[in-house]
Design a protein around this ligand. Sequence first.
Ligand SMILES: [Zn+2]
Ligand SMILES: [Zn+2]
Length: 305
Amino acid sequence: MSVDLGTAQESAVRRLIARFSWPMLLLLCVMATAYGFAIEHPVVVFNLTYLTLAIVLFYLERTMPFERTWLENDGQTFANIAHTLTSKGLVQGLVTFSGVIGITAYITPMQGEGYGIWPREWPLFIQVIMTLVIAEFGLYWAHRIAHEWPVLWKFHAIHHSVTRLWIVNTGRFHFIDSVFSILLGISLPLALGAPLEAITWLSAITAYIGMLTHCNVDMRFGVLSWVFNTPGLHRWHHSKKISEGNKNYGENLVIWDQVFRTWINPDRRPPANIGIMEKMPAGFIAQLAWPFKQIRSQIKRKDNS
Ligand SMILES: [Zn+2]
Ligand SMILES: [Zn+2]
């Protein structure tokens, strides 16, 4: 009996990568971000880390994909990037605008006075965990309402209309959907007086976990899926079946899914055939207009009946 050592070694390496890549990549990103804060260049280091994560995941998607059919071009790459940039641009604009009207003045650095009941004297990492858990409550409900309320679903359907999962559709959200979810996510920690550092950590971790969540890499998660929103859970969330798709709403953590009983992780392979029942136009501009047209024709139908 002969054993092909090359293949055996390769599959052992693959198994190791599958088991440890998700927590290791997240941990490395968190460590890099902490270093960015330590050298007082958090934004530059965040951007470099995010780019590196994208390159590593892009490579892994090609060498060890979870779903081989998802590697095929779906003609949506331009639309994915255009939605990402529009949403990011608009959110950036909103941040500037809230600075002009004075809202951002409430986000003060750790050293500052602060307001509200936030325990600023506690260690930063505990404050970051608190921010993640509290923001997650708003993010959970923003996401759940976007699935359960037909008007908002029209906007959120843009994200779900893709037929493959990969890192480039991480930021594919209609800008209305993005703004709604960010407003709900950030308002609670903000109202309680979370410091600037904690809010910055929240946005960095959300960006890293978001890209990991959508990656098409063969990974194992085990008990991590009980706490974190892993790609394994999110693949169920992109299912066409309502009973599977209207579950796993968590953005970073799934604790509110656990509390409100929307957490699922069946012991079988999630569907490769993902998407939505509605027909979504292929072009970016048509996709931006689609929810408005849908809502208008629904109102018309109601008026006529
Ligand atoms: Zn969703
Ligand atoms: Zn998604």
